[in-house]
Design a protein around this ligand. Sequence first.
Ligand code: ADP
Ligand code: MG
Ligand code: MG
Length: 253
Amino acid sequence: MSTLEIRDLQVEITPGDDAPIKILKGVDLTIKSGETHALMGPNGSGKSTLSYAIAGHPKYHVTGGSITLDGEDVLEMSVDERARAGLFLAMQYPTEVPGVSMSNFLRTAATAVRGEAPKLRHWVKEVKESMRELDIESAFADRSVNEGFSGGEKKRHEILQLGVLKPKIAVLDETDSGLDVDALRVVSEGVNRYKERENGGVLLITHYSRILRYVEPDFVHVFSAGKIVESGGKELADELERSGYVRFTQAAV
Ligand code: ADP
Ligand code: MG
Ligand code: MG
């Protein structure tokens, strides 16, 4: 049983030589094993900033508040230590890693997280099986990470990492964006398998409620202007689908 606890989190970014801009203005969120939290909000409200702050991206400066995982101070950890502690981030815009094959990348990541290299024969079987579940062609294993991947292929690759790395808490940033219905179903099934097998906690960041028909949230949070302005159950996502974010963005100003 794991708990990720975010308290009054304040985050700034410094674009180029400009003055720092405050993006997160006091975020409170607690995610436990087995829980799925959907974080929904308009573009530019700071959803990705929250995911980067959890992952430890150096551009995002935490100026106040705390993040702990099972009581351990996450903000004190390096990016690698966060991954080893059981945090996982699937980015909205996954980066390309030319010259590094997907299978090598995955094995390196698994070695880092598990603290030892997976035994080769077992490993090959494990990855093959995970790729099959996600409808990823075997030729993919030899391709450079994300280079020339379609949007859908990048997202499948992220979910492949999720299945292999088995984090305690997974942050999935717009894993649904740019997916056609078939890819959305495959990716959602991957997330649901992770939930079932690992009893993982999920923070599902999304702009649209479409994915929530496949991955059922226990809690829905509305994000606006750098903080959570309302929390509720599934019905809140239905309301957002009907009426949009206007009621919440007005309240936040
Ligand atoms: P969301 O994911 O909800 O669309 P983001 O967290 O991406 O929101 O962005 C929140 C705000 O911070 C936006 O106004 C965005 O322009 C700004 N921002 C985020 N990252 C950067 C960055 N690296 N440089 C400059 N501005 C940024
Ligand atoms: Mg955005
Ligand atoms: Mg975003």
